[in-house]
Design a binder for this molecule. Structure first.
Ligand code: SF4
Ligand code: SF4
Length: 240
């Protein structure tokens, strides 16, 4: 049952679930299946996102690395978006979800300004298939799916099994065991928001192994062979 603006955070509510997500960055392959699943689940319009996977390239060819960083609403236990909403349109559910009451939202954008994670957006008006428009929207941890004993769409679809969802108050749940066993991190902890999306950082040892020099030499040899093979052909016209 939803609770209102002045609700205590979901931390340790006796007998209640405490839904949370673990994102294992060692396992994300940047396939964007989560982003597509989310777009499909909610008919998310072009130009806005409920979840994204940020991509960052470092190094220079052939010693390059690509890093993936899935992002979504952190369903904070101390959410500034909730504290600052003047109409109680957004609220903290007693089981941890931070949700929207669209009928109360006046699209004043205060929550967008208050969120340190850029996790909110304005839905355009006059949408084709979905009636909700002209209000603020965000990830809901797929509250409707969880209520039906399903995991969020992005978790269901995650090819790398990087996203894991469950009840932190259940010590036998996978999320509780992962949070207990790993030195997980949250985003911008200095903001005091108590995010409920926990990240397992990439394992540098294994990452460095994959990207170590022998592989780089192989990549260079491969590129040179490719160039030799295609030299003088049409392949490079307009490229080099
Ligand atoms: S991530 Fe932003 S929108 Fe989500 S609960 Fe925290 S402050 Fe609110
Ligand atoms: S579906 Fe999973 S593996 Fe693919 S980009 Fe999203 S988080 Fe990463």
């Amino acid at each position: 049952m939803p609770v209102g603006l002045q609700a205590q955070p979901s931390l340790g509510v006796p007998g209640k679930k405490r839904w949370a997500m673990v994102i294992d960055l060692r396992r994300c392959i940047g396939c964007m299946a989560c982003v597509c699943a989310d777009k499909a689940e909610y008919d998310v319009p072009l130009g806005v996102w409920r979840t994204i996977v940020k991509v960052k390239d470092t190094g220079s060819y052939p010693n390059t690395k690509r890093h993936f960083m899935p992002r979504l609403c952190n369903h904070c236990d101390n959410p500034p978006c909730v504290r600052n909403c003047p109409t109680e349109a957004t609220y903290k559910h007693e089981e941890g979800f931070v949700l929207q009451r669209y009928e109360r939202c006046i699209a004043c954008r205060t929550c967008i300004a208050a969120c340190p994670y850029n996790a909110r957006h304005v839905l355009p008006k006059n949408r084709d298939r979905v009636k909700i428009g002209g209000v603020i929207d965000k990830c809901t941890f797929c509250h409707h799916r969880v209520a039906a004993d399903l995991v969020p769409a992005c978790v269901q679809t995650c090819l790398g099994r990087s996203r894991i969802f469950g009840d932190l108050n259940d010590p036998n749940s996978e999320v509780a065991r992962l949070v207990a066993r790993h030195s997980v991190v949250t985003l911008k902890p200095e903001k005091g928001t108590a995010p409920q999306v926990y990240y397992i950082k990439p394992d540098r040892v294994h990452t460095e192994q994959v990207l170590s020099r022998p592989v780089s030499h192989a990549a260079r040899a491969d590129a040179e062979a490719f160039y030799r093979h295609n030299r003088g052909t049409q392949f490079f016209s307009g490229v080099l």
